[in-house]
Design a protein. Structure first.
Length: 559
């Protein structure tokens, strides 16, 4: 009987295939990471191509290392398939100039799955075996103790392979590891390195503990000086809604689900799908790729059972062993449900839209930021009203040409975002476009957030005779239409045109529920725009009311 021995690259491919076909129990984000990898392998037109020899060499060197502690102390490191998959992704894709695809990698995995040793292996390779002269590598964290959690295993691994360190001239000291021939070094730092650092690798370990993004920003700036530098964030979930780690996780999720394009960011998130019962063994398997290997399955099952019995233990168990941010405000709209509710643009023809009643929502926000005009079309089908959401976005040219806003530039190029000349929004352009909407469609009402929109709506009403409806951004006006939007997406009566700018903004909407079960849209940080969803909710506040044959649309008055 012949046993086929797979290369590391082949193992990575097989792992991705088994994840995507469901042979390995995995959450949505791991499945999307695996799908992305397989798609990249097949994309012949991409700038990047996969080099198995490079991926294999990284993994080969990794398995020369020895475990630092535990029952495997002193034994050779044996990569699990999920670890091989991560290493092959980060190091296997290059372009014709030898530039690596990924400049940043985000790995979120629960406690006890060997994330620090994996980060240590990446640090050893990047610093001493990647061929970079004078490589500067750092492991940073909020405390000295945490900063050593990656440096310590890297130090212990190299101390146990003296023949290797001697051959490559690597000196292992108490607080740094140094290679004299290349003048490369690896050390831990608290907060940020000194000015002038030219960083080749920066590891942010247990990043959920960070109170701000100061260290991340410093590392990122220093890493920009090197061609193949890598910024590596590796963590478990945490509890702070303001954590830069949570912000990065949201960004990674948008990349994985296709809402935002960023082919220089690798990300994988091992957690539990919301619909999965957290009290089951399947939940443990889904979130813990090293279950029964670096962590004790029986002990975790006992902890899980205790968390089921004792609600006081539930949050910490779900946070640390299922990678769920238990006290963080979560994204409101399920991304998969929202994407499923999209319809092909060939369906939303002018003829079809003209047959509908139209309600326009307007959110102008700021003169220097995104302005949203959202048309919500309503049509009776099979005894139920269906709603079709068609947004239009405006942004000043000064913002769309900002090199840090590449997603805006792409949306302008593809026609999903209107770039208006100058540094401020061209309100005259918006006003003219609104008049064109009236000429085209059966517009019943212009619904608007009164902040900054009084002049433009007054002009609209005087020129068209169509009622304008003031909808203040208050819970009592927005809660019900917001709930109807969510339920309509679930029951198949809310549809949209798959505008990527709107898809991105919908993923930015967060909520908190009050004691009366009212909800209100909010965002986590200023750059997370939600103008489109807010304009949609404003329009729906009138669109979900009785049809025009049964009521008149009147101004909302308040004191």
């Amino acid at each position: 009987m012949t046993i086929e021995i797979l290369s590391y690259a082949e193992r990575a491919i097989l792992y991705a295939q088994r994840v995507t076909t469901g042979k390995i129990i995995s959450c949505k984000w791991v499945k999307l990471a695996a799908k992305r990898f397989l798609t990249d392998l097949r994309n012949a037109e991409s700038r990047w191509y996969f080099v198995p020899d490079i991926a294999n060499e990284v993994c080969r060197v990794a398995e020369l290392m020895r475990h630092e502690k535990g029952r495997l102390q002193g034994q050779r490191f044996r990569l699990e398939d999920w670890q091989v998959f991560i290493l092959c992704n980060i190091f296997g894709f290059i372009d014709e100039n030898g530039t690596r695809k990924y400049r940043e990698a985000f790995i979120l995995v629960p406690r006890g799955n060997g994330k620090s040793p994996l980060a240590a292996i990446i640090a050893i390779w990047m610093t001493f075996f990647d061929g970079e002269p004078g490589a500067e590598s750092y492991c940073g964290a909020a405390s000295e103790e945490q900063a050593h959690e990656v440096f310590r295993p890297a130090k212990a691994m190299l101390e146990q392979v003296p023949e290797l360190t001697k051959r490559y001239g690597i000196t292992v000291a108490a607080k740094s590891i140094y290679q004299s021939s290349t003048r490369s070094r690896f050390k831990s730092v608290i907060r940020e390195p000194k000015d002038g650092a030219s960083i080749y690798l920066a590891v942010l370990d247990e990043w959920h503990q960070a109170l701000d993004a100061v260290q991340y920003d410093c590392f990122k700036t220093g890493a920009n000086k090197r061609k193949n530098s890598l910024l590596l964030e590796i963590s478990t979930a945490g509890v702070s809604t303001q954590s830069p780690c949570l912000e990065k996780q949201r960004e990674v999720e948008r990349v994985l689900d296709g809402t935002v394009e960023n082919d220089r960011l690798f990300g994988i998130i091992y957690t539990v799908d919301p619909e999965t019962d957290w009290t089951t063994r399947d939940a443990l398997v889904m979130a813990n790729p090293n279950l029964g290997i670096s962590n004790d399955e029986e002990a975790l099952l006992l902890d899980q059972a205790e968390a089921v019995r004792n609600s006081a233990k539930q949050n910490i168990f779900r946070c640390k062993h299922l990678n769920q941010w238990m006290t963080a405000t979560t994204a409101w709209m399920n991304a998969t449900n929202w994407q499923t509710s999209g319809v092909d643009e060939s369906f939303l023809t002018e003829e079809f839209l003209k047959s509908c009643e139209c309600f326009i929502g307007l959110d102008l926000a700021s003169a220097v930021d995104i302005a949203a005009v959202v048309k919500v079309f309503r049509r009776l089908q099979d005894g139920k009203y269906h709603y079709y959401i068609v947004p239009r976005f405006y942004l000043p040219e000064a913002r769309t040409t900002d090199p840090t806003c590449q997603h805006y530039q792409k949306w302008v190029h593809d026609g999903y975002l209107v770039s208006t000349e100058g540094a401020e929004i061209d309100f005259a352009r918006i006003s003219a476009d609104l008049i064109k909407d009236v000429d085209k469609y059966n517009v019943k009402a212009l619904c608007y957030d009164p902040w900054g929109a009084t002049d433009i709506t007054q002009q609209f009403e005087s020129r068209t005779g169509i009622m304008r409806v003031k909808v203040p951004q208050q819970v009592k006006f927005l809660s019900e239409p917001m709930k109807r939007l969510e339920s309509g997406v679930l029951n198949g009566t809310m549809h949209h045109d798959n505008n990527p700018c709107m898809n991105w903004q919908m993923g930015n909407v967060e909520i908190k529920t009050d004691f009366n079960d009212n909800i209100f849209p909010r965002k986590n940080k200023p750059e997370d725009k939600i103008d489109g969803p807010v304009a949609t909710i404003i329009a729906l506040s009138q669109a979900i009311q009785a049809p025009s044959s049964e009521r008149k649309y009147t101004r909302i008055t308040f004191f």
